[in-house]
Design a binder for this molecule. Structure first.
Ligand SMILES: NC(=O)C1=CN([C@@H]2O[C@H](COP(=O)(O)OP(=O)(O)OC[C@H]3O[C@@H](n4cnc5c(N)ncnc54)[C@H](OP(=O)(O)O)[C@@H]3O)[C@@H](O)[C@H]2O)C=CC1
Ligand SMILES: O=C(O)C1=N[C@H](C(=O)O)C[C@H](O)C1
Length: 291
């Protein structure tokens, strides 16, 4: 799945994207990272959703997909060309769904802010300064941002909150994640979020207690720490396990993704949620009513 469906990519090269027909009630959605793994999944999900319409498609200027029809990989002509012109890609959109890289997301978000386009951000790997920039944009536009859009992962986060409170003493906490060989950030955004949720539940600060690497003579484990282990290989979509290791027993809470479709469906739920918001920074707990 994902990149380089060369045989189909020249299907129906499109001109300028058409504005939506007057009076349409569909959500007008643009996708950034349109030729990426998530971009393709999102375009397929938007096409299948009666209440959504693809209104723009963005990708980085170096992408071989620029100028092609955004749905060519499906063998379908959407009439929406993949563009690197951010303003043109957003011209007919109400919401942008962005699964790219932090610097791409921030560039897109500046234009969203200027044009009053809302945003669903799935990109991971932001540093603290970049997160502050996103929060600043949310003073003018409504944004849903979450490192994992799947319902299952967000319910798992709630389970972890409960487990961590009950297992705060006497149990060592380790987070293990596995992803495909193409993933560029580590630990995953989801693993970091799990660490944050657990740390907050038991009154610790992840910045102080997170342990991200062990090698050589490390000394005995500090019981206050939360450890992270990263596996990268093959086509693993995304596995996360939190291990609470006690004396005489251990508890493992695991979520495994077998398809990116769940992230796409969660993103569309976020689009629908944003229709009722003018500004502010939200997450999937807001979207799913889990707060
Ligand atoms: N929140 C969630 O539920 C999920 C989050 N993710 C996150 O989404 C992001 C994308 O993942 P995935 O789809 O697998 O990645 P891909 O590499 O498959 O897709 C990323 C897309 O963004 C483009 N891109 C890269 N850099 C830039 C840039 N600076 N500006 C604009 N576009 C850019 C890429 O173009 P090119 O290939 O030409 O470089 C590509 O089309 C990652 O951060 C990942 O962790 C992924 C799945 C679920
Ligand atoms: O890059 C991915 O693939 C994924 N990224 C997200 C993350 O970093 O947590 C979500 C999911 O695990 C897939």
């Amino acid at each position: 799945m994902g990149k380089g469906t060369q045989a189909l990519k020249n299907v129906a090269v499109a001109g300028a994207v058409q504005p939506p027909p007057a009076g349409t009630t569909q959500h007008q959605v643009a996708v950034a990272g349109a030729s990426g793994r998530m971009g393709h999944m999102l375009i397929e999900a938007i096409r299948a959703a009666d209440d959504c319409r693809l209104a723009g498609a963005l990708d980085i200027a170096s992408s071989p997909a620029i100028g092609n029809d955004a749905a060519a990989f499906l063998g379908h002509a959407s009439g929406v060309p993949v563009s690197s012109d951010i303003a043109a890609g957003l011209a007919h959109a109400q919401v942008l769904i962005d699964f790219t890289r932090p610097e791409g997301t921030l560039a897109h978000l500046q234009v969203c802010r200027e044009l009053g386009v809302k945003a669903v951000i799935g990109t991971t790997g932001f540093d603290e300064a970049q997160k502050r920039q996103i929060a600043d944009c949310a003073r003018d536009i409504a944004i849903v941002m979450a490192p994992n859009m799947s319902v299952g992962v967000n319910v798992t986060l709630k389970l972890l909150e409960m487990a961590a409170k009950a297992l705060a003493t006497g149990y060592d906490i380790e987070i293990i994640e596995a992803h495909h060989r193409h993933k560029v950030d580590a630990p995953s955004g989801t693993a970091l979020k799990m660490g944050e949720v657990i740390a907050q539940a038991i009154g610790r600060d992840l910045k102080e207690v997170g342990v991200f690497a062990r090698e050589g003579v490390t000394g005995e484990r500090d019981p206050s720490t939360i450890g992270f282990s990263t596996i990268r290989g093959g086509d693993i979509v995304g596995d996360h396990t939190v291990l609470f290791a006690g004396t005489g027993e251990r508890i493992e809470i695991t979520h495994r993704s077998s398809s990116r479709a769940t992230y796409a469906q969660g993103s569309l739920r976020a689009v629908r949620f944003l229709a009722g918001q003018d500004s502010g920074l939200f997450d999937m707990f807001d979207v799913l009513g889990l707060k």
